[in-house]
Design a protein around this ligand. Structure first.
Ligand SMILES: NC(=O)c1ccc[n+]([C@@H]2O[C@H](COP(=O)([O-])OP(=O)(O)OC[C@H]3O[C@@H](n4cnc5c(N)ncnc54)[C@H](OP(=O)(O)O)[C@@H]3O)[C@@H](O)[C@H]2O)c1
Length: 302
């Protein structure tokens, strides 16, 4: 993919390029396999299956953070990705993303998902202003915890063109009954829940309902906030995973993408080389059901 960048973007990208080069996986770089995309159930629009999560990584709007964010966004686009998940409550993340994307005209190449704490017009206006955009691609109601929560205001904003899709999120299992109720009644375009190789409650409860409601699924916390990397520290990838994973990150992400109900995974990172590694999960073979069973057993045995 060719990306046109402004002079200002180039000024902050050399360090980024060096970071990327340092950790670049030749297996990923040379992969000629097409990228894996998934259809958004409500529209059929296809979304690259690996995105970027921005919780805690771009919390302060300073030069160093903007530089890191520019490198990560560049890596995302360079490998065919487009999805960035953020939130009005993620420190300065929206502001940092706005600074990185608006002057470099990258906005049109990105699928930006943000979250509001409530259907509050002022909060939406502030988010759009920080992101320096007239509309977001996906507007999510953050941390749904009441079965009565309504998406009617979000639907109105969608009709007004302030967002293209609407969604709900939660990573609290005690709130899953509320997520189930809102998902069934309000039929959002997306639901975002925590789902990782060692946290598979969503597989049993939310994914089947999402499929019934024709909602796309974004998986938050795909590495369990880094817990999975700590579990395999010092261990080589098992030989039986060589056919589909070139790194532990790809092993963890491809487990999730092996479920066709998952629309996209959104691993968080402030590191461009990690972003490139994660995007490697968007190419090549995915584990089959038998291999996925083996992956669960492997992680459970650690
Ligand atoms: N309620 C909600 O809606 C909700 C709640 C939580 C999270 N989320 C979303 O889900 C996203 C993902 O969650 P998360 O960021 O908290 O946790 P995560 O994606 O499970 O894990 C992030 C951790 O993994 C590390 N990492 C990433 N790629 C790596 C790689 N290739 N190799 C080694 N380490 C790697 C990161 O460190 P480095 O920075 O060093 O790469 C970071 O420490 C969030 O950013 C947010 O967008 C939503």
């Amino acid at each position: 993919m060719s990306i046109r960048l402004s002079r200002r973007a180039f000024a902050i990208l050399p360090a980024a390029a060096a970071t990327m080069a340092a950790g670049f996986s030749p297996a990923v770089a040379q992969s000629a396999a097409p990228i894996i995309t998934r259809a958004i159930p409500s529209s059929g629009e296809r979304l690259p299956a690996v995105g970027l999560g921005t919780a805690e990584v771009f919390d302060s709007d300073d030069a160093a953070t903007r530089q890191k964010a520019a490198a990560v966004v560049h890596a995302l686009l360079a490998q065919g990705g487009s999805l960035i998940d953020t939130a009005s409550s993620y420190g300065d993340a929206e502001r940092v993303l706005g600074h990185v994307t608006a002057p470099t005209h990258l906005r049109t190449k990105l699928f930006i998902a943000t979250k509001l704490e409530a259907p509050d017009r002022a909060e939406l206006r502030n988010s759009l202003s920080r992101l320096q955009t007239a509309k977001v691609d996906l507007l999510q109601l953050h941390n749904v915890d009441d079965p009565q929560q309504s998406l009617s205001q979000f639907r109105e904003w969608k009709a007004q063109g302030l967002c293209r899709y609407i969604g709900i999120t939660s990573t609290y299992h005690r709130a899953f009954p509320a997520v189930e109720a809102v998902l069934t009644r309000e039929k959002p375009d997306f639901v975002q829940v925590d789902y990782s190789l060692d946290d598979r409650e969503a597989e049993r409860r939310i994914l089947p309902l999402a499929a019934d409601s024709k909602a796309g699924v974004l998986t938050a916390l795909p590495f369990g906030r880094g817990r999975l990397f700590r579990a395999v520290r010092g261990k080589p990838l098992p030989e039986w995973a060589n056919g589909f994973a070139g790194s532990w990150a790809q092993f963890f992400l491809k487990y999730l993408l092996g479920d066709p109900r998952v629309t996209a995974v959104i691993p968080g990172t402030a590191d461009a080389a990690h972003m490139t590694d994660n995007l490697g999960a968007m190419r090549g073979a995915l584990p089959n059901p038998e291999q996925r069973r083996r992956m669960v057993e492997f992680i459970a045995s650690l």
